[in-house]
Design a protein around this ligand. Sequence first.
Ligand SMILES: [Zn+2]
Length: 144
Amino acid sequence: MTSNDPTNPLDPSGLRVTASGTMQQNRGLWEALSKIRGSTKGAELHDLLNDSEDTNVIRFRWSDDRRGSHPKCKTGEVVVDPNDIGRFFETVDGFEQFTLERILAHELRHLTGTRDTGHTRMDNINKWENPVMTPIDGFVRDAY
Ligand SMILES: [Zn+2]
């Protein structure tokens, strides 16, 4: 998909992802996705989603969703819990705060199959979240 979908005017990147939030939330999502494309691995993640036959949905948490950002793979949704933005995570050098782009870098990869498996559940973080985000924010997350 190279041109903007007229039914999804907030899709400047052409990514086959639909955001369902307020205008302001969606604008923040597209900005975050655009930042993610700024790293080689982030561009790879973007292309994986874009080349998928599925339409993926990023939405903010509804009151009946469980707490915490998480994927719903059966419906192709990534649920972002706004309370996660600014939450602290552990790095090799101390604690840093989650940005929307780091949350998306983690959760979007779950949609294409990578899980929080492996030693201390670090597979998705080591294979995707950090490679996407470290060139962008400079942080190496060190714990699930
Ligand atoms: Zn995860």
